[in-house]
Design a protein around this ligand. Structure first.
Ligand code: HEC
Ligand code: HEC
Length: 382
């Protein structure tokens, strides 16, 4: 059952990403190409037709659109006109479903304000759950069948038998031991990237990473290089695939860039968050431990470790005006580099995007110039 819905979803998301690509190209043609923004651009700086979802950063707006697509179980053109595939300007064209979705935003906000103290408890997904037609009648097979568990949930019962430290100890031992892990201070890598933005064709990718938390990736898109960097504090994307020439990461997207950089250097992982709690769940019928990191109230990252100790998944979240949206990174193909087992492949799944990086060569402990991790130049319009 989960397989089937997963497939449907992947297909929908693939088309969603093609839409995103459309935005990017046209975004590059608009006027603000040269000036790097001092702050993240907000929606109304960029898009003309937006009347409700204003005042949010552009990266967050796309997460919100991702929530819409995920809630419908469909792609961007479920609401937007098909012409949006070919030119981003068409995303602004009104349709009855866009108008309906605006009413839904107002309805959702009213419900949350009136009955949930303004907290985002009812989201598009709450009712729609991956379908444009929310279910009305109880499903008896759900009631009497085995419970369906979502391993990515932020809330889970604490597993008392093991501490986060114990899980981390097993992890560090599994990947080569504390000494070797601590000796890994940087690496560069080359390999391939494939995603919705390359229509699933493999293109070359370069990676750069510096301990404890700097990372950069350059994807050679068909129409020019795409830069994604995180300097330990701020993160950006700039390329033919971004909706604006320089996309500044905010909120949950920035948190994910940080978390991804941190897991590249496991020596520092347990100091990355002030609080950890452990749970257990299954991924693909294998039992895993969840170690959830937070800096107080809000969970910020779920790390999933298989029984033998390896990190197999990371989940982070982004809060949007339409609810919280997950991003899932699945790690695989562990190989040894300087005595440390590193994942050579990972797949990032988002509500509007999916991509896989597969490395062929990793060079450990090399000097990398600081500029690699700094704010990239805004992409030049094509
Ligand atoms: C459930 C319907 C729905 C889906 C699905 C949807 N959108 Fe939207 N989209 C909207 C609504 C509603 C607005 C206007 C929001 C407002 O007025 O505040 C909008 C506005 C936009 C705009 C602004 C257009 C402009 O130039 O003014 C862009 C770009 C956009 N959407 C992209 C996307 C992308 C990319 C996806 C797929 C990941 C997507 N949308 C999926 C409903 C949807
Ligand atoms: C309280 C439950 C609920 C919530 C929350 C909700 N919806 Fe709906 N939505 C419905 C129902 C019920 C329908 C009507 C389905 C039908 O016509 O068969 C609907 C219809 C729609 C449609 C028209 C679908 C079609 O087939 O044309 C769109 C688009 C839509 N919703 C978008 C959204 C978005 C976007 C959100 C979040 C901002 C949202 N909805 C939140 C219950 C909800």
């Amino acid at each position: 059952m989960s397989f089937r819905s997963g497939r449907t979803f992947a297909g929908a998301a693939a088309i969603a990403a093609v839409c995103l690509l459309g935005v990017s190209i046209a975004g590059g043609r608009t006027t603000f190409a040269q000036e790097p923004p001092a702050r993240a651009q907000v929606v109304e700086d960029v898009f003309s037709s937006v009347s409700i979802l204003r005042g949010i950063p552009v990266d967050n707006f796309f997460e919100t659109m991702g929530m819409f697509a995920a809630a419908m179980g469909n792609d961007c053109t479920f609401c937007h006109v098909k012409e949006a595939y070919f030119g981003a300007a068409a995303f602004a064209d009104p349709t009855p479903r866009i108008q309906r979705a605006r009413q839904m935003i107002v309805m959702m906000n009213t419900v949350n304000k009136t009955y949930f103290g303004g907290q985002s408890r009812v989201t598009c997904f709450t009712c729609h759950g991956g379908s444009n037609v929310p279910k009305e009648e109880p499903i008896l097979s759900l009631q009497y069948g085995p419970p369906v568990e979502n391993p990515n949930e932020r809330g889970f019962p604490v597993y008392e038998q093991e501490s986060a430290d114990q899980v981390f100890d097993r992890y560090i031992a599994a990947i080569g031991g504390a000494e070797r892990v601590a000796a890994l201070s940087s690496f560069t890598a080359t390999g391939t990237y494939q995603g919705f933005d390359t229509a699933f064709s493999e293109v070359p990718v370069e990676l750069y990473a510096n301990a404890p938390n700097q990372a950069a990736m350059v994807v050679q898109m068909f129409n020019g290089p795409s830069f994604r960097s995180y300097d330990g504090r701020s993160g950006w994307m700039a390329g033919p695939d971004t909706p604006v020439p320089l996309l500044t990461l905010t909120g949950g997207n920035l948190g994910r860039a940080r978390a991804q950089a941190i897991v590249s250097f496991p020596a520092g992982i347990r100091d990355a968050f002030s609080q950890w709690r452990v749970g257990r769940t299954d991924i693909d019928d294998r039992e895993v431990r969840i170690v959830q990191g937070s800096d107080g109230e809000q969970p910020l990252v779920n790390l999933y470790f298989e029984r033998a100790g390896l990190l197999v998944r990371m989940v982070t979240w982004t809060g949007t005006p339409a609810g919280v949206v997950p991003t899932q990174v699945d790690y695989s193909d562990y190989r040894e580099v300087a005595g440390v087992m590193m994942p050579f492949s990972w797949t990032v799944s988002q509500t509007y995007m999916q991509m896989t990086v597969s490395l062929s060569e990793v060079r450990p402990n090399v000097a990398i110039e600081a500029a690699r991790f700094a704010q990239p130049a805004p992409s030049v319009p094509q």
